[in-house]
Write a protein that binds this ligand. Structure first.
Ligand SMILES: Nc1nc2c(c(=O)[nH]1)N[C@H]1C(S)=C(S)[C@@H](COP(=O)(O)O)O[C@H]1N2
Ligand SMILES: [Mo]
Length: 199
């Protein structure tokens, strides 16, 4: 049984309690991209969900903005060990986008303009855990951070939050994405420190 001295539990330990293992806190917002930033025109932007039976549902930019908007405030954890707490976004919940999509799939391969992909279980996109976001701190999402729109799935390492998102393939069998093929963990839970395949 430990004795807690008043005043001993300082800011440092409070911050440490909020951070997954092996992460450090940063207040800036580093940019990490595997390739050039694609320029995506809002007039031609689409987001397409393709089911395992190749049924497609496509939203235009106008369609996306007409859906109910949420304002999640979330912590970000990058596998390169920086974490940024309390970022606020605007976007549409995947619960809304997938509401009328008929599927028996368990897995998702996320696609981006520019060719980036990442995979995750479908259930990790549901129940208020993921959004297609287009604003950061009330401003249009900067293209370096994935604008016009990116996936935000903050309970997994940030490489799962595909920037410049263009669509989701709903799959009955898991398929590794870009970093997952290069040895990163297939799931990527920061609290279990699942950085690399086998962690
Ligand atoms: N399309 C695309 N999305 C991406 C990436 C990328 O290279 N291309 N990098 C991923 C990685 S590894 C990280 S850590 C985050 C970084 O997001 P940020 O640049 O907004 O910090 O984006 C993720 N999404
Ligand atoms: Mo990353």
């Amino acid at each position: 049984m430990g004795i807690v001295t008043p005043g001993f539990r300082g800011r440092r330990s409070e911050e440490a309690a909020e951070l997954p293992p092996g992460q450090y806190l940063t207040s800036d917002f580093p940019v990490l991209s595997a390739g050039p930033t694609p320029q995506v025109d809002l007039d031609t932007w689409t987001f397409t969900v393709t089911t395992e039976g190749y049924e497609q549902t496509t939203w235009t930019w106008e369609d996306l903005l007409a859906l109910p908007q949420e304002h999640p405030t979330v912590d970000l954890h990058c596998v390169t060990r920086w974490s940024k707490l309390g970022t606020t976004w605007t976007g549409v919940s995947l619960d809304v986008l997938l509401e009328d999509v008929e599927t028996a799939a368990d897995f998702v391969l996320v696609h981006s303009y520019g060719g980036y992909t990442t995979n995750l279980p479908l259930e990790d996109l549901l129940d208020g855990q993921a959004w297609i976001v287009h604003e950061l701190e009330g401003d249009p999402l900067p293209s370096a951070h994935g604008g016009p729109a990116r996936l935000l799935v903050p309970h997994l390492y940030l490489w799962k939050s595909a920037k410049w998102v263009s669509g989701l393939d709903l799959l009955t069998e898991d398929e590794p994405g870009f970093w997952e093929q290069l040895g990163y963990h297939e799931y990527g839970d920061p609290w279990r420190e699942q950085r690399y395949s086998g962690d």
